[in-house]
Write a protein that binds this ligand. Structure first.
Ligand SMILES: *Cc1c(COP(=O)(O)O)cnc(C)c1O
Length: 222
């Protein structure tokens, strides 16, 4: 299937309430342009340098999602145009995003990344750390960010039951934060979970956003 056929088959398969982020990392401009010409507008990248190189070469109305781990000193490069930061995992990073958003006279939407996998290498917060951020005086003063929900990556395993439990955990964290901090905030609504290998389980467990690379653009060779 072509890129456009893959995207369309995802759009037909997933519920309307679930947003598809086409993760184009490592893929050439032509692949993204093809998907754009087919009508798609929502793309995800995980490296600042790569996103900054691609963005000016492609149409302006693309909705760029940053799905990778972000270093504070690089926020400034993508703050002018990024539409959602999926992997925010510290107060320090939030502070910098707020600062750069203010500079650009924007509000930047962010998701708090939780550590739900058993693998040590994955980034992310636990519930207490997230609560501490949201309770902090500093956070109350961030007027140029909007926390729109949570994000997580399950363990890379064939054990479907484990993956399901991890997604359930993320949904639970979402519910806890909603209850404690965002009851009246309709913008706090996203649960970004699910990739090529596990998106079906993620949707069953309440995902509102799936991030799909390989199944749309093919294998990555780096
Ligand atoms: C690469 C990546 C994806 C997409 O992964 P696939 O398995 O290729 O669908 C999703 N989320 C994040 C954070 C990624 O880095």
């Amino acid at each position: 299937m072509s890129i456009n056929e893959q995207i369309n088959s995802f759009l037909q398969e997933i519920p309307e309430t679930v947003k598809l982020v086409a993760v184009s990392k490592t893929k050439p401009l032509e692949a993204i342009q093809k998907a754009y010409d087919g009508g798609y507008r929502i793309f995800g990248e995980n490296k600042v340098q790569e996103l900054v190189a691609k963005q000016p070469e492609l149409p302006n109305d693309i909705e760029w999602h940053f799905v990778g781990h972000l270093q504070s000193n690089k926020v400034k490069y993508i703050a002018p145009f990024v539409s959602l930061m999926h992997a925010v995992d510290s107060l320090k990073l939030l502070k910098e995003i707020n600062k750069q958003a203010l500079k650009n006279k924007r509000t930047i939407h962010c998701l708090l990344q939780f550590h739900i996998a058993t693998e040590q290498s994955k980034f992310g917060l636990n519930l207490e750390e997230a609560q501490n951020i949201l309770r902090s005086d500093e956070y109350q003063q961030f007027d140029n960010i909007q926390i729109s929900g949570v994000m997580g990556m399950a363990t890379f395993t064939n054990d479907q039951e484990q993956v399901r439990q991890e997604f359930r955990q993320l949904k639970f964290f979402f519910g806890q934060l909603k209850k404690e901090f965002f009851t009246n905030d309709l913008n706090f609504k996203e649960i970004s979970m699910g990739m090529t290998g596990d998106y079906k389980i993620a949707i069953e467990e309440g995902s509102t956003m799936i991030r799909i690379g390989t199944a749309i653009f093919g294998d990555r060779y780096r």
